[in-house]
Design a protein around this ligand. Sequence first.
Ligand code: NAD
Length: 297
Amino acid sequence: MGRLRSEGRLKTFYYVIFLLAIFVSIEKRSCYKADTMVSAHSKKAESPWGLKRYEGRVALVTGAASGIGWAVALRLRAEGAHVWLADLGDRAKTACAGEEMMSPLSIDVRDETAVISATVIESSGHIDALVNCAGIVLEGSAQATSLTDWERVLAVNLTGTFLMTRHVLPHMIARRSGAIVNIGSDAALVGQRNQAAYCASKGGVAQLTRAAALDAAPFGVRVNCVCPCFVDTPMLSAWINSSSNPEEARREAAATQPLGRIGSPAEIAAPVAFLCSEEASFVTAVVLPVDGGATAQ
Ligand code: NAD
């Protein structure tokens, strides 16, 4: 009798442990939150739900040494990609020093010769996913923007995206596969005060996306654009810190977005990783706001 009772207790004990294990595993899965996966300076990103959509694939990310580009590089690598990080000077080399499955490219995206040699020679032209993140922002109304500043912003944000696209697309088209994601901005979708050149450049990126997507579609190559609003990166910090009251500026930026907070780079990397993957095989020419609802107002 005593033996039976202790066997019963043992069974109950194992049953409780079993239920606890199920609970912990469900809890672990459901508590995934993009902004906890990677910060702007983190060296690690986990692949949520064990996604491995990029095994054996090659990705090239521009502006990859910082902010959104770095988060995209981490996310694609976490999903199995070998990632070429392209940035100015030694920035990519420093960012990916000691990292596995990452290689640096020193490219100024405005320089066509550098773009050609980096995209064709170094990566042997085999690029499954191109993510154009390199960008700069300069403040100024149309009447206050000098021609030099105008050309500088257009050259990096729009011409840089064009040059990368121009030299990567032919390889994708030849292989009848590949995907490009351009990083636009809410400034591609709505007008912004005091940002004439930036708005023009990002509006151009959105339209370049649609035009290139139509031309590439017959070859099974997709081109999409992701448009963030305020995202916590060095670019945003520089802008906030240049204001007379940075704390207030940060609060206002968060309040602009109906979700009531500033986005994290990982929250931009997640839709980018989806759009570049085969899961988005029927998605092209899309200009997708990822802005906490900002452009819905
Ligand atoms: P960031 O400043 O942190 O990173 C931009 C990267 O681009 C830097 O590493 C920089 O060295 C690189 N870069 C600049 N000029 C380059 C050039 N000529 N050639 C190669 N690389 C160059 O900025 P971020 O916030 O990560 O921005 C990434 C993209 O997202 C940009 O296109 C930006 O316009 C866009 N965006 C950012 C926000 C935001 O709130 N952070 C919002 C909307 C759109």
